[in-house]
Design a protein around this ligand. Sequence first.
Ligand SMILES: Nc1nc2c(ncn2[C@@H]2O[C@H](COP(=O)(O)OP(=O)(O)O)[C@@H](O)[C@H]2O)c(=O)[nH]1
Ligand SMILES: [Mg+2]
Length: 191
Amino acid sequence: MDREPGHLPFDVKDKVSSLIWIKAVAAGNAGVGKTCIIKHFCEDKFSHGYQPTVGVDYGFKIQNISNVDLRVHLWDLSGHSDYQEVRNELFSDTQACFLVFDVTNRHSFDNLEFWLKELNRYCTSPSHVVVVANKIDIKAKRVIQSDEATRWAAAKKVKYYETSAFNGEGITRMFAEVLQEVMTKSSHGTR
Ligand SMILES: Nc1nc2c(ncn2[C@@H]2O[C@H](COP(=O)(O)OP(=O)(O)O)[C@@H](O)[C@H]2O)c(=O)[nH]1
Ligand SMILES: [Mg+2]
């Protein structure tokens, strides 16, 4: 052994700082598909049964962006007010936030305003926020069209994505772009 007791042959701090950890949260009304979007990204799975999130749901994935392995932690925050405390805690120190609504449910779209306020109130670090129009596979029941949602996102200066956690449409591209953006921001020290 060529190392002194208690000393490792490499600098642990160097190794740990070379890992990039990203914390992202999905916010939005119950039932809009937050858990399904996270599941799809992390496991390529879709869940048909609806289990209201009790407190929080969590997903983890290592994603390679521009030759860097990002450790991505994703949280689905329950819309239930009983979990207010947990939610506020989880909003802090996030690098990315997905504001999700269901294109077949106007109420979930109208509530984006509320969710954005929550975010601005509790996010302690500047977070990359995007709006996600989910369930675009349900074409016959769609009530929020792209133009209306795009206008809202543009007014709030946030990027807009359309997804289906059911058939996976738009999900890979959205995560790739958001994570790339977060990485670019953090490498410039502005996150
Ligand atoms: N058709 C369709 N159903 C979806 C989609 N995303 C979620 N769902 C369904 O919507 C319900 C609520 O989804 P969930 O992810 O649990 O919502 P959450 O409360 O926002 O986490 C479930 O029954 C899902 O199967 C989607 O993109 N298309
Ligand atoms: Mg959920």
